[in-house]
Design a protein around this ligand. Structure first.
Ligand code: KG4
Ligand code: ZN
Length: 332
């Protein structure tokens, strides 16, 4: 079964052709970061406008690279939530239009389910049940994946998402948006023990909190000025250590408490080198298996939406023309 996945929920216009929910034939991502960078974050109206410009060329490119035409496609999968409403509508209306014109079925896919199921594209992929930590610019949520379509939210951030903490910290330090990658790179040459930033582990549950950490960085900068040279490397490494420490601790603690042996990290922040290393190390120390998608599959892409759409289709979900975009769609 050939699925064309289409993603326009935030600031990436992406399309991919995936066979049987497992084999990627093409995967095209057009990012808008250069457009949003000067504003220090995603501007929803600019995002929608640029999706309109990019969506057809990106779709066309995905089909061309896969060596397919629309005729070959069996199912159109499109992100219908959660995300920015105007941005979601672009992808959804295109999918509906193509479905109407070609007679091909379409299905609405959940963006977070896409992140969680992207791991299925690895050759050595876990089957449910597993524990999945989604860490992105908009979400930090821990899910028990009991089966496809059966998800239980067991922990989340009380305030900022992990990616949001990176992006806000980068802003404080005068680094470009999005802040994850630049901080990750600067941290490579820093001492993670230079500054002891707070680790908020709110209570005996699986929630996390990052706004205190961001404020601690702000206070540090107000007191000592924006660091340069080695001091900047050290601050980035210390900040990064605090984020990775908290997330990996909660993930492993949840696995042990709930009896899971397979762990998955996903979403844009799962591209983070220290978070990946620490999660792997802590999981292995306790005999748990940590599955890490390649960086390309961590950030937003169309392939993950094709997988989520394929699984939704297999459990009987069908899109109809009344399907609305749902900016706050809760997967559980
Ligand atoms: O999943 P994603 O591409 O989009 C959302 O659905 O939000 O995640 C984007 C987030 C941004 O906040 C970005 O700063 C962060 O992922 N990110 C990283 C890294 N690469 C991207 N955070 C930490 N380390 C990285 N290497
Ligand atoms: Zn995402």
């Amino acid at each position: 079964m050939l699925v064309l996945g289409l993603e326009t929920s935030c600031d990436e216009t992406a399309a991919a052709v995936v066979e049987d929910g497992r084999r990627v034939l093409s995967d095209v991502v057009s990012t808008q970061v250069d457009i949003h960078r000067r504003w220090g974050g995603v501007v929803p109206e600019l995002a929608s406008r640029n999706h309109i410009v990019q969506v057809m060329p990106v779709l066309h490119e995905a089909l061309t690279r896969a060596g397919k035409t629309l005729d070959d496609i069996d199912l159109l999968a499109v992100t219908s939530g959660p995300g920015l409403i105007g941005a979601l509508l672009v992808g959804l209306q295109v999918a509906k239009g193509l479905s109407l014109a070609t007679g091909k079925p379409f299905v609405g896919a959940n963006h977070l389910e896409g992140h969680l199921l992207a791991i299925r594209l690895l050759e050595d992929a876990p089957s449910p049940p597993f524990l999945g930590l989604v860490v992105s610019g908009g979400h930090t949520s821990l899910y028990e994946v009991r089966d496809y379509g059966n998800y239980r939210l067991i922990g989340r951030t009380r305030d900022d998402a992990a990616g949001e903490a990176y992006d806000k910290t980068a802003r404080i330090l005068g680094l470009p948006y999005p802040g994850g990658q630049p901080i990750d790179e600067l941290a490579q040459k820093g001492n993670p023990e230079a500054i002891r930033f707070p680790r908020a582990l709110p209570g005996d549950n699986f929630d996390v909190s990052f706004s205190g950490l961001k404020t601690a960085v702000l206070h540090h900068v107000q007191k000592h000025g924006v660091p340069e040279g080695q001091a900047l490397h050290d601050l980035c490494a210390s900040f990064q250590e605090a984020v990775a420490d908290v997330l990996s601790k909660k993930l492993v603690a949840a696995a042990r408490r709930l009896g899971h042996t397979q762990l998955v990290l996903c979403g844009g922040v799962a591209a983070n080198s220290r978070l990946r290393a620490l999660c792997k190390q802590r999981a292995e120390e306790r005999g748990l298996r940590m599955f890490l998608p390649p960086v390309r599959l961590c950030t937003d892409n169309g392939a993950m939406i094709a997988v989520a759409g394929y699984e939704a289709w297999r459990r009987g979900l069908r899109g109809d023309f009344r399907l609305a975009a749902d900016p706050a769609w809760r997967m559980e």
